[in-house]
Write a protein that binds this ligand. Structure first.
Ligand code: GRF
Length: 204
């Protein structure tokens, strides 16, 4: 079977990217193959993780681009150069326009560290998501992998996993638990699910 070619877009430490790399090694991710890692930030540790795994890398920075169009054109060039068929957003911090998400409809997935539709949308990123969950007082939170469309965190849900909030949790502790118990398990599973579908659609 021809594997689905995956590009992973990152901006930070890349623990979710690492989970994908490990899943590929362990055979959890078997219908897809990571062919490219694009970072929105120069020097992101995620780039080192990719290099250590022998995966080609590129940097496309919004700040160093003259416009959103130029920024997205540079991403598209990299994606096309690598013949990427599935885009995984794994902590990618730059906004992608409707033009971009339309172009790759049902081909972009994202991991969000809450149970959508709670604590998601504009302004809910990083630690803020966990701060909001703690402020509200929910006893269960989690992570969601969803398709990306023009609405922030608004695309169709692919997989979700719940995680307990414990008394006295700090945002950092909760963030860590959500990553360990949900994100690092869920993202590889979802990448496999979608990769398998794309691969099947190729008739292989
Ligand atoms: C994760 O919490 C993910 O849910 C969010 O950004 C963070 C990325 O962390 N979208 P890492 O770079 O994968 O370690």
């Amino acid at each position: 079977m021809l594997k689905t070619k995956i590009a992973v877009l990152v901006s930070g430490g890349g623990t979710n990217l690492q989970a994908l790399i490990d899943a590929q090694k362990d055979g959890v991710l078997r219908s897809g193959e990571i062919v490219l890692v694009i970072s929105g930030v120069e020097g992101a540790y995620a780039l080192t993780r990719a290099e250590n795994a022998g995966i080609p890398t590129a940097v496309c920075s919004r700040r160093d681009s003259v416009s959103q169009e130029a920024f997205e054109a540079s991403i598209c060039r990299e994606l096309e150069g690598a013949c990427a068929e599935l885009i995984v957003l794994a902590g990618f911090m730059s906004i992608l326009s409707e033009d971009f998400t339309r172009k790759y409809e049902n081909r972009i997935i994202n991991i969000h560290p809450s149970l959508i539709p709670s604590f998601c949308g504009k302004g809910f990123y990083g630690l803020r998501v966990h701060e909001a969950a703690l402020d509200y007082g929910v006893k269960v939170t989690g992570a969601t992998v969803h398709f990306v469309n023009e609405i922030p965190d608004g695309g169709e849900i692919i997989l979700q996993k719940a995680v307990e909030v414990l008394p006295g949790d700090t945002p950092e502790e909760l963030q860590r638990r959500v990553m360990e118990q949900a994100e690092w398990v869920l993202l590889p599973k979802a990448a496999e699910l979608v990769s398998a579908k794309i691969a099947a659609g190729k008739g292989e």
